[in-house]
Design a protein around this ligand. Structure first.
Ligand SMILES: C[S@@+](CC[C@H](N)C(=O)[O-])C[C@H]1O[C@@H](n2cnc3c(N)ncnc32)[C@H](O)[C@@H]1O
Length: 323
């Protein structure tokens, strides 16, 4: 007997359309279309208002390309900009080149995120369908449905079948998908500065700030990596690559904003969170510290960070290089 797929109309929209682990590093490559759409929409407004023709947009931690494609769909005059979707994972870049995207319709239009207003969801849905074409199931998997994280969330692929989409040519012809590490950012188009640099939900990987080590008993946090050093070096490189008045955009994951104190942090700059395992958080936000240093960047817009301060804490996620 074949059970018909369940069609959800009243849905909880919170899922990853691309859910994978990089085999080499064990890092998450997860992303989804319109991830933190408010930030993407705001960034696009700034780009369209302020950036001249020919401006480069660098989407680092671009994973399989869903972030760069989402951005592109939001741009009215996308042919004016060149977008680079760059990730250090070969696996993610292979998927980007493959160019077929799986949407998991646990939610009917699962590429939309949770906290959007109904009007905005409707708008994003329309924009998505204008730019993507539904296609049949490809021979090769485009999403690791047997990934443990995935199966915990959606345990029955027969009941919740995926749908597959490819971007229209007009939606991807100004995007290049490239394997690269943000730490080598100066090497990319050596003589060009960028108008916007996105590096969202990846600084926690660069700094080994894995909160599982705090919240999941048994996992061990990393106290060795000097987080401030890594972040200061990163921000310096981003600063050097940006045009004056260009923007730098951060992710909204809790792990980007709540830092486990490594052993370089003086005790008085920490808050104790686990007495038995002596786990402490940093009192100060090392990314904001680095961005504010010497008045090189100014915050433009704040956004809600889920999980901080009873879900009321706003942190600037879009920053502008000011001198
Ligand atoms: C959790 S995913 C986030 C993807 C996407 N930015 C988003 O927010 O939906 C983190 C991605 O960052 C990439 N990444 C981590 N460190 C990187 C680095 N140093 N340079 C470029 N990409 C990196 C990983 O390979 C992974 O694809």
């Amino acid at each position: 007997m074949k059970i018909n797929p369940i069609k959800h109309t009243n849905f909880r929209i919170n899922f990853k359309s691309y859910n994978m682990i990089d085999n080499d590093t064990g890092n998450s490559l997860s992303t989804n279309f319109y991830h933190d759409s408010e930030v993407l929409q705001k960034s696009v407004k700034i780009i369209e208002k302020e950036f001249p023709d020919g401006t480069d947009i660098l989407v680092y931690a671009g994973s399989n390309g869903e972030e760069a494609l989402s951005l592109n769909t939001l741009l009215n005059n996308r042919q004016k900009y060149k977008i680079y979707s760059i990730d250090k994972s070969s696996k993610a870049i292979d998927f980007a080149h493959n160019g077929i995207y799986a949407i998991h319709p646990l939610a009917e239009d699962g590429f939309l995120v949770n906290h959007n207003s109904e009007n905005n969801k409707q708008l994003l849905r329309q924009i998505f369908y204008k730019n993507f074409i539904e296609t049949s199931k490809p021979a090769n998997p485009v999403n690791n449905i047997y990934d443990p994280i995935y199966t915990i969330r959606f345990d029955n692929i027969e009941l919740y079948p995926q749908r597959f989409f490819i971007p229209k040519k007009s939606c991807k012809e100004n995007i290049s998908f490239i394997k690269g590490d943000i730490r080598d950012i100066e090497q990319l188009n050596k003589y060009n500065k960028a108008g916007a640099i996105f590096f969202r939900n990846a600084i926690y990987q660069l700094t080994d700030n894995d909160l599982n080590g705090v919240f999941k008993f048994g996992d061990k946090p990393n106290f060795e990596t000097d987080k401030r050093k890594v972040i200061n070096e990163l921000i310096e490189k981003i600063y050097n690559k940006l045009e004056t008045n260009g923007i730098f955009v951060l992710g909204n994951h809790l792990q980007e904003h709540l830092y486990i104190a490594d052993k370089t942090i003086p005790l008085e700059d920490t808050v104790l969170v686990d007495k038995i395992r002596n786990i402490r958080f940093m009192k100060n936000h090392p990314i904001i510290e680095a961005l504010n240093k010497n008045g090189k960047f100014k915050p433009l817009f704040e956004f809600l960070i889920p999980g901080l301060g009873n879900n009321t804490l706003q942190i600037p996620l879009i920053w502008q290089k000011i001198k």
